[in-house]
Write a protein of this length. Structure first.
Length: 247
């Protein structure tokens, strides 16, 4: 599922609005602030451009937790420890799914003046490009008593990185085209791109697919595995530069 996004299509007027016309009697002079100015007859132009690509999400993640409540804090911790031990034994058998344990908390609740209750929980994170293996494992963990905290699709870092160079080349091409267009419009003989900035490249923008968690019981102890549908992620690369337009 893809959310609509607006495109950056600057008009020629908007581009020309960034042009700084400077004419000084001496070349490469400096102004009162110490900034280096272009030679006489040259024009300094500030440019920016970006390129986008939408890719299907390929990495599924899920977070589950086990909870326990009791008047005895030892029982709470014992319940959690046993459940997590059983869960890790289950997950280690599924090599395609990366498993990590998360936060472990036990705290006291005072319901009334003389009534105390201890509650605890520990989380378990699953991550895999094999969605079928992860969803099946998540369903079995739910059958052990784990509760689903969240599940979502994302774009793996290596997949995003694989298209960054291509996007950078296209964005730089846009900078070159803009500089050439302005130079022709102003009757300049040519241009030179300077101070090219590739820093501040935006991170991928996720558009999450639906993750539907079906809790219907197939039996007293079995839970139907959850289902998840992948969405898309938009990867954006931005560049900026200064163009020196020659007279």
């Amino acid at each position: 599922m893809r959310s609509p996004l607006s495109c950056f299509c600057p008009s020629l007027a908007a581009i020309l609005a960034t042009v700084l016309l400077v004419g000084l009697p001496a070349p490469a002079a400096a102004d009162d602030d110490g900034l280096r100015l272009p030679p006489t007859g040259h024009t300094l132009l500030n440019l920016s451009a970006s390129e986008r690509m939408t890719l299907p999400q390929d990495l599924l993640g899920a977070s589950l937790r086990v909870e326990s409540r009791s008047a005895d804090p030892r029982k709470v911790q014992d319940d959690i420890n046993k459940a997590m031990t059983a869960a890790l034994a289950l997950t280690k058998a599924v090599a395609a799914v990366k498993t990590t344990t998360g936060s472990y908390q036990v705290y006291e609740q005072r319901l009334e003046r003389n009534v105390r209750l201890w509650q605890g929980q520990q989380s378990l994170q699953l991550e895999s490009k094999d969605s079928a293996a992860l969803l099946d494992l998540a369903g079995r963990l739910q059958g052990l008593g784990f509760v689903m905290s969240g599940m979502n699709w994302s774009l793996s870092p290596e997949r995003a990185e694989s298209v960054r160079d291509e996007l950078m080349v296209k964005a730089l091409g846009k900078l070159r085209d803009k500089a050439a267009l302005v130079a022709r419009t102003l009757g300049k003989s040519g241009y030179e791109l300077t101070d090219i900035n590739l820093a501040g490249v935006p991170q991928p923008m996720p558009m999450y697919g639906a993750a539907r968690m079906e809790m219907a019981m197939a039996s007293d102890s079995a839970v139907a595995p959850p289902v998840a549908e992948a969405g898309e992620t938009e990867v954006t690369v931005g560049v900026s530069a200064r163009a020196l337009l020659k007279p």
